[in-house]
Design a protein. Structure first.
Length: 89
């Protein structure tokens, strides 16, 4: 189960705090929220993964693909960072 909390830091920055498990099931919900953020021109999205307790390889691969100048992934545990940095996409 994944809880996604949206918080606008300012008019150009949206922080999404993730709590729980990111897997193939919850990834679909997360991608829907991210696509809404991408529909807003010039919006920077910060994905705060401090509350993520587990992420599977498929989810890590998809998130690593999306990571760019307008999507930043922060506060990951060493395990989550290792998954994202070694993602094969």
């Amino acid at each position: 189960m994944l809880k996604i909390t949206e918080q606008y830091e300012n008019e150009k920055t949206l922080r999404l705090r993730l709590d729980g498990t990111v897997d193939s099931t919850s990834l679909t919900e997360l991608q829907n929220v991210l696509s809404q953020g991408n529909d807003t021109n010039g919006l920077t999205v910060i994905l705060d993964t401090a509350g993520v307790t587990f992420m599977n390889e498929q989810a890590a691969n998809q998130l690593a693909k999306l990571r760019n100048q307008s999507l930043h992934i922060v506060n990951g545990s060493p395990f989550i960072e290792m998954l994202l940095n070694s993602a094969l996409y």
